[in-house]
Write a protein that binds this ligand. Structure first.
Ligand code: PEP
Ligand code: MG
Length: 314
């Protein structure tokens, strides 16, 4: 219940046996950031920067970008924030990017792919992020969306480090990136799993098509198996593996993700209390047992119910 959630949630995520799992807020504005802090977020695991410029007809200049980022970073002074570089494409248009229509926008020039042709656009954004970080005292990392290969991750990491970014990561939103977790983690400091896109690409089911919602269920065993591989790769290298998709907001699934080796969960601020309370009810080994059951299930409904039954036994 909500009362119980309030009683158990102290603004610092951990399992019942004290294994820390950072609980973070997804943000797209200064108002989201304040809501995250008010809800007890330990930082932000996803700042969707494209949300700052949805109405911009021309590329915002360096100063406009710096101010927009600083406003969202300021509430998190002294806390970690993962800033995502622009994530736009024909499926998520930003007027000033002027991206051509495509037959399959979700499979088109989107996310980091936009920067391959226009690297100066990325460099200007990185410079503005670094300036905003210095000014606000937030502990900023930067990550790229829609990465498919270790080569792309290395290309991004080099540009980000050249711009003065200290912690560089990429999102894992494609099955290719999940399957190359070892090679990707060798060239970046962390990864963050975007389960919304990773689900749609794993099951080849457009996330905007309601009729395909069952395939986009974050309990799909195929998705959980990819996440298990990422958790293993992160553990072996001692590098953080976060989740910043909607999956992190489901209290039972959040615990399962922790059991799979995920080290931080970033979600809408309103979900933090329930997720924090659920996580704290069980030990890491309980969550690992539940995760093993879910991963081995034949379908999403069974994955969820086997995870629940595993906890009843535990
Ligand atoms: C995701 O794909 O899970 C994600 C967090 O990014 P977005 O929802 O912005 O595509
Ligand atoms: Mg995404």
């Amino acid at each position: 219940s909500a009362d119980r959630a309030g009683a158990r949630w102290h603004g610092s995520g951990s399992t019942a046996d004290g294994h820390p799992i950072k609980l973070l807020a997804n943000i797209g504005s200064a108002a989201d950031a304040r809501a995250g802090v008010d809800a007890g977020a330990e930082g932000s695991g996803l700042f969707r920067t494209e949300f700052c410029f949805l109405d911009a007809a021309v590329e915002p200049d360096a100063e406009t970008q710096r101010q927009a980022y600083a406003a969202a970073l300021r509430p998190f002074a002294g806390k970690p924030v993962v800033v995502r570089t622009l994530d736009a494409g024909a499926d998520k248009p930003l007027p000033f990017l002027d991206i051509a229509d495509e037959p399959n926008p979700a499979l088109g020039v989107r996310g980091l792919r936009v920067a391959f042709d226009r690297p100066e656009l990325l460099d200007r954004q990185l410079t503005a992020i670094v300036a905003a970080a210095a000014e606000t005292g937030a502990v900023v990392s930067v990550m790229a969306p829609m990465v498919a290969t270790a080569g792309e991750a290395a290309w991004f990491a080099e540009r980000a480090r050249d711009a003065g970014v200290e912690r560089v990561g990429v999102m894992v939103e494609t099955p290719a990136a999940a399957l190359c977790a070892d090679e990707i983690l060798d060239v970046v400091d962390f990864v963050s799993i975007g389960t919304n896109d990773l689900a749609q690409y794993t099951c080849a089911a457009d996330r905007m098509t309601g009729a395909l919602a069952a395939l986009n269920d974050p309990w799909q065993p195929a998705l959980l198996r990819l996440i298990a591989g990422l958790g293993r790769a992160g553990r072996e290298r001692g590098k953080p593996v976060g989740v910043c998709g909607e999956a992190a907001a489901d209290p039972l699934l959040a615990g399962v993700l922790a059991g799979l080796g995920v080290t931080s969960l970033s979600m809408t601020a309103t979900a933090l209390a329930a997720v924090g309370a659920a996580l704290a009810e069980r030990t890491l080994s309980d969550w690992q047992d539940a995760a093993r059951q879910a991963v081995a299930a034949p379908d999403p409904a069974e994955a969820r119910s086997r995870a629940g039954r595993s906890l009843e036994r535990g």
